[in-house]
Write a protein that binds this ligand. Structure first.
Ligand code: PLP
Length: 384
């Protein structure tokens, strides 16, 4: 029999997140495993997409997205980070941040390259690279502030290192990289002449006065930094598949051509909806979404603390990692399943975010839920 799946097939076996979601559905539980925010989509975004469909904007767009969207992204980037971005050449709209990241890996990395990744990590970064034969090399962030040293980066580097990836604010730890930490990364990237991939999909969710800083804005970093973000989280449109990369025009053209190859373009009318949202929603919108997440973070972390699952309180994004060693079980998965069985609340075993054993003591909860659902989840957890 010569028919068989490819040798990379095992890499995309069902993720812990999906498998917990399936378990959760089986017991009719509350799913705090998946990173899906169920806040309402801003009306202007919906209306913009509907108008676009009505007007007949239903065909392929330019490979890097419609001008309205690229311009709105460039303007927003300038407004929030001060970055000067040319909408014609430096912005590639793609099928989510996921599509933008995949296209960037295809465009800029080779099989056999090594890329430094901080752990706890976002699994898609790892599997995307592994599926292209790129080797992730891990630098472990140390709680409570998820810090790292310049030496830990040096220890990870080899002659094959081509890039470092960071995610700020991060999933799952909610770490917001400080200017000082980004300075260490910038010096390191410069010294070894490597790319910096930065996933900033949670850029608008930062708490307690922390500041989101785009690494590309640090001195000397513009050319080597690939800034990746998207609209999934900030407009609660994870199913629309709209994200983008911002970078030097040379890289952007290559990323755009791979994005075209795999996705052709992001959904045309939805690009218009997102562009309208970016152009018309003011600072109040972004602040109110962030405040809402912060309020939920506080309530949820209090609940975890009260039931003995000590949370690592996040500075950004909308997840919290908690210590689940007080639950019965030998692995994070056994503990997460116990919690689901006893309370009907699903979380993600920490092993989904770590190579080694550290993850076995942790679980990740997503608190970006509608208030009544979150309250129900907290009440169920308190019954533990
Ligand atoms: N990057 C990170 C760090 C995420 O946590 C997620 C979703 O959970 C994504 C990217 C996916 O973004 P998109 O929906 O734009 O593909």
């Amino acid at each position: 029999m010569s028919l068989k799946v490819s040798s990379r097939r095992h890499l995309v076996a069902q993720s812990e997140i999906r498998s917990m979601s399936i378990e959760c559905a089986r017991v009719g539980g509350i799913n705090l495993a998946q990173g899906v925010c169920d806040l309402p989509v801003p009306e202007v975004v919906i209306q913009g997409a509907q108008d676009a469909m009505d007007r007949g904007t239903n065909i392929y767009t330019r490979f890097d997205g419609r001008y309205e969207l690229r311009k709105a992204i460039a303007d927003k980037q300038k407004r929030f980070t001060g970055m000067e971005v040319d909408p014609d050449g430096q912005v590639v709209a793609s099928a989510g941040a996921t599509g933008a990241f995949y296209a960037a890996c295809l465009a800029l990395l080779e099989e056999g390259d090594e890329v430094i990744v901080f752990e706890p990590y976002y699994g898609y970064h790892i599997v995307t690279m592994a599926s292209l034969g790129i080797k992730p090399v891990y630098v472990t962030l140390e709680p409570p502030d998820w810090g790292f040293s310049a030496q830990s980066l040096e220890d990870a580097v080899t002659a094959k290192t081509r890039a470092i990836i960071l995610n700020t604010p991060s999933n799952p730890a909610g770490k917001v990289f400080s200017r000082e930490e980004l300075g260490i990364i910038a010096d390191f990237a410069e010294a070894h002449d490597i790319f910096v991939f930065t996933d900033e999909i949670y850029e608008h969710f930062v708490f307690d006065g922390h500041e989101h800083i785009s690494p590309a804005t640090l001195p000397g970093m513009a050319r080597r930094t690939i800034t990746i973000s998207g609209l999934s989280k900030v407009f609660a449109i994870t199913g629309w598949r709209l994200g983008y990369a911002i970078c030097d025009p040379e890289w952007a053209l290559a990323i755009g051509h791979f994005s075209d190859l795999v996705y052709v373009c992001a959904p045309a009318p939805l690009q218009i909806g997102a562009a309208r949202g970016l152009a018309e929603l003011g600072p109040d919108y972004y602040q109110s979404v962030s405040d809402d997440h912060q309020h939920k973070r506080d309530l949820f972390c209090d609940t975890l603390r009260d039931i003995g699952l000590t949370p690592h309180v996040p500075d950004g994004a909308y997840y919290t990692l908690a210590d689940v060693t007080s639950l019965p079980g030998d692995t994070a998965r056994e503990r997460a399943l116990y919690l689901l069985e006893k309370t009907g609340v699903a979380c993600v075993p920490g092993s989904a975010f770590y190579q080694g054993a550290v993850g076995e003591s942790l679980a990740r909860f997503c608190f970006a839920k509608e208030m009544d659902i979150l309250e129900d989840a907290m009440q169920r957890l308190r019954s533990l």
